[in-house]
Design a protein around this ligand. Structure first.
Ligand SMILES: *Cc1c(COP(=O)(O)O)cnc(C)c1O
Length: 411
């Protein structure tokens, strides 16, 4: 069976983890701080906070901005549920909008959804392709849009407009106009979950890039406290002789990264551009080459004149098929020993959100893309021979279902 996205675990990773285990310091400490520094350099943001997940980072930043009851947060209907769940946790209202054909939220749809209750927009860089942050950043600075914004907390007053909180779970290393994800908008949250491009088993980070007027280093320090019980000294600081006393200055959360996780991340980041992204691009280009002449295939957007993806997902679309035909194709592909997936089942289709009153019928393009989407395996250890097996399994399965239909009138 060709797996979908196993992590790259080699001797280098194992040695670094063992080094941490033997060092006597396994929780947040020197390796986490070093990983944060390297992520800041890599992304070009102003400060980076490492955490135990991207989800924790998204929620932490909503809470830092004072999001709560009565507030609205705009997000694409086409995302993983974590993006929406954190809004619900805060007691605010998720306002879903439809996406464009590149799977990303569109500026026009954001504009239409903004009200005087909007506090945050959460764009998602689907599959690793950065959203159009230049246009999104410009939108929330427009005088008419700013005039609608009703600041309630100190942070909201200081920003003076809707905050952009990018769900960059997929897109570390993605670029827009030569700048890297992390430095494209106010806040970007990257995931290091096991299936993501750069993993720490579980993990994530918040890239702080708040505009002038904010001291990002100070915000970083505040978030360190907020992500560790609200305790004013972390475990490492407390180990200094005589430095045992601490205070709780906030009912904080507990979502810090450990040095065991950071040691995996340090190895992964070191070789991310030179090895991981090179291989991912090679696989994606192989798939594109194979599928480009198939009349039924719609290739994913992976780059254009201004953007480049991090090649997280290969989201193939099949022309003119229904959701159940897509499901049949996946079944046939699996029978040939290839693991594929669907990214994502749109959030408004999930039971919890349906029960809240959301309906996928309001997001027609999201449903259209979802119903025809199949994600193919992309991971470092995938050989080109396996990539060929994947392509052939997809071709055979797709054509079998299309032939069964007996007509191409819809295509
Ligand atoms: C994986 C993912 C997340 C959550 O990341 P975790 O690190 O697992 O919390 C959030 N949003 C999207 C779009 C994701 O794919």
């Amino acid at each position: 069976m060709i797996p979908f996205s196993p992590p790259r675990i080699d001797e280098k990773i194992i040695d670094e983890v063992v080094d941490t285990l033997k060092s006597g310091w396994i929780t947040t400490g020197p390796k986490t701080k070093l990983f944060e520094k390297k992520l800041t350099e890599y992304t070009g943001c102003k400060a980076t906070l490492c955490l135990n997940s991207a989800t924790a980072g998204l929620e932490l930043m909503l809470r830092w901005f004072g999001i709560g009851r009565g507030d609205e947060v705009i997000l694409p209907a086409y995302t993983y549920s974590a993006t929406a769940n954190v809004i619900v946790h805060c007691g605010a209202k998720p306002v879903f909008v439809d996406v464009g054909n590149d799977f990303n939220i569109t500026v026009d749809n954001i504009r239409r959804a903004i009200t005087e209750r909007t506090k945050v927009v959460m764009p998602v860089d689907f599959g690793g392709l950065p959203c159009d942050y230049n246009a999104i950043n410009a939108l929330v600075k427009e005088p008419m849009v700013k005039a609608l914004f009703q600041a309630q907390t100190e942070e909201q007053k200081q920003l003076g407009r809707v905050m952009i909180l990018s769900d960059a779970a997929h897109s570390i290393g993605g670029r827009l106009d030569g700048k890297k994800v992390g430095s494209l908008t106010d806040i970007s949250v990257i995931s290091f979950h096991a299936v993501k491009n750069l993993t720490t088993a579980e993990g994530g980070c918040v890239c702080l890039n708040l505009p002038d007027g904010f001291n990002n280093e100070e915000v970083y320090k505040l978030l360190c406290v907020k992500s560790l019980h609200g305790q004013n000294k972390d475990a490492l600081a407390k180990t200094k002789p005589g430095n045992w006393k601490y205070d709780i200055i906030d009912a904080g959360y507990k979502c810090n990264m450990t040095d065991i996780m950071a040691s995996i991340g340090l190895v992964e980041l070191e070789r991310y551009d030179s090895e991981s992204l090179v291989k991912r691009r090679q696989i994606v280009e192989y798939y594109n080459n194979f599928f480009k002449n198939k009349f039924w295939a719609e290739l994913p957007a992976i780059s254009d004149s201004r953007r480049e993806s991090s090649y997280h997902l290969y989201a193939l679309k099949i022309k003119g098929i229904t959701e159940s035909e897509r499901d049949d194709m996946i079944q046939l592909i699996a029978m040939q020993g290839v693991s594929v997936n669907v990214h994502f089942i749109p959030v408004p289709m999930m039971t919890f959100y349906k029960n809240m009153g959301y309906s996928i019928t309001h997001y027609p393009n999201t449903f259209n893309l979802y119903s025809r989407e199949i994600s193919l395996p992309v991971f470092f250890d995938l050989t080109m021979e396996q990539a060929r097996t994947v392509c052939e399994a997809v071709q055979e399965s797709v054509e079998q279902v299309i032939n069964r239909k007996g007509s191409f009138v819809n295509i």
